[in-house]
Design a protein around this ligand. Structure first.
Ligand code: KG4
Ligand code: ZN
Length: 376
């Protein structure tokens, strides 16, 4: 993929771009299709979500125990037009009312990304609207700044200002980042092998609990005893902020192999999930504690600690991070539950944030299966 093709004009903060000529908020249509959700949303620059449709393909992939890229691409093709139409209907808008079109241009499963991106490009060209190439990870990273009117707990009500310390944990990524500004990310630590979401998914699969594993393990863990089994905490005795989850996965496999089928009752599964989840929580708090002592972080003085990505739905991770933030006199912020896993609103919001600083596509863009946040 040709990076030069992604032209991002950096005009720095041009606040005149927050409202259109009539002083009405800017309306952005965002499209997400990088994994197993086809989603669209209309978000305005005053942080209102006017329409939001998430078509989840999870039932189509469940029997395979994970996402099958070809099936996902086909399902995106079949769904994308209808999802956009329903989103416009829900918002009571037509495409002519929309000021900006944004779509995920990577990273992700390239078949799906292409479908959302080509759809957005087609609409933007046909209607002569500005187009924003959104990095999916930036969608996760910035959505905590989109305060939702449906906010129910204090963590979703925080006004998140730059710079902030971000724990980005999804199915594909596990990173600690300093978010300096839109498009300005500094990597503090990242996983050397699996992501946290992958660890949840793989352990759930081993236990025969289904896909995706994160929410199932989370629910089981609430019923279990987290002290019954001991799983390793890889790298936690070492300095630095990197993660490793493959050792926890291997330990889970070994524990399962030595437990006869007859002993794998409900209590065993619940205790297993609780003990496994505690090891992931401990790794996250250990690595974040090191990040808070990192010179780069100390110098930036972030006031808020933020969690985002699908794994941010995890109740134990949210509360452990909130406790850690309090200990360090920081605020804690997290997106509302429906904006943690993949969704169109985070893409529309990242579209608005990029539009405000003039990051508008000027030439055809080639979507990218890999696109690290540090390469924006
Ligand atoms: O951000 P996301 O929707 O997709 C990617 O961009 O990868 O994240 C999906 C991941 C899956 O691995 C899923 O198991 C995990 O988020 N997840 C959770 C929870 N809900 C979703 N992990 C732990 N606890 C949860 N409650
Ligand atoms: Zn995601």
């Amino acid at each position: 993929m040709n990076e030069e093709k992604i032209i991002r004009m950096n005009m720095e903060t041009d606040t005149n771009h927050t409202h259109n000529g009539d002083d009405k908020p800017i309306l952005c249509l965002g499209i997400e299709s990088s994994c197993d959700e086809t989603s669209a949303a209309i978000v305005d620059s005053d942080k209102n979500i006017l329409g939001h449709i998430i078509y989840s393909q999870i039932p189509e992939h469940q029997k395979y125990g994970g996402v099958v890229p070809e099936l996902a691409a086909r399902a995106h093709i079949l769904a994308v037009d209808e999802v956009i139409k329903l989103t416009l209907q829900q918002a009571g808008k037509t495409i002519d009312d929309i000021d900006v079109i944004a779509a995920t241009a990577g990273p992700g499963l390239i078949g799906g990304v292409l479908i959302g991106w080509m759809t957005a490009t087609g609409i933007a060209n046909a209607k002569n609207k500005p187009l924003i190439a959104v990095n999916h990870l930036e969608g996760h990273a910035l959505v905590p700044r989109l305060k939702s009117s449906s906010a129910t707990d204090s963590a979703t009500n925080i006004n998140v200002e730059f710079p902030y310390l971000l724990m980005l944990a999804s199915g594909g990524h596990c990173q600690i980042l300093l978010v300096h500004n839109v498009g300005k990310y500094e990597m503090i630590g990242q996983t050397l092998d699996d992501s946290a979401g992958e660890a949840f998914d793989k352990v759930a699969k081993m236990l025969g609990l289904g896909y995706p594993g994160g929410p199932i393990v989370d629910n089981r863990a609430k019923l279990g005893d987290s002290k019954r089994f001991h799983f390793p905490r890889p790298l936690c005795d070492k300095p630095g902020c990197d993660f490793s989850f493959s050792g926890i996965k291997t330990a889970a496999r070994m524990l399962l192999d030595k437990t006869p089928e007859s002993e794998r009752d409900e209590k065993f599964i619940n205790d297993f999930c609780a003990s496994f989840q505690l090891s992931v929580v401990d790794c996250i708090t250990n690595r974040l504690t090191n990040a808070l002592h990192d010179e780069r972080v100390k110098q930036a003085q972030p006031k808020t600690m933020v969690v985002a990505g699908g794994v941010a739905k995890n109740s134990a991770i949210r509360s452990a991070m909130e406790e850690l933030a309090n200990k360090f006199n920081m605020m804690f912020a997290a997106p509302p539950m429906n904006l943690c896993t993949d969704n169109g609103a985070m893409i529309a919001w990242a579209g608005i944030e990029n539009y405000k600083i003039g990051n508008i596509v000027k030439e055809p863009v080639a979507p990218r299966p890999r696109w690290p946040l540090t390469e924006l």
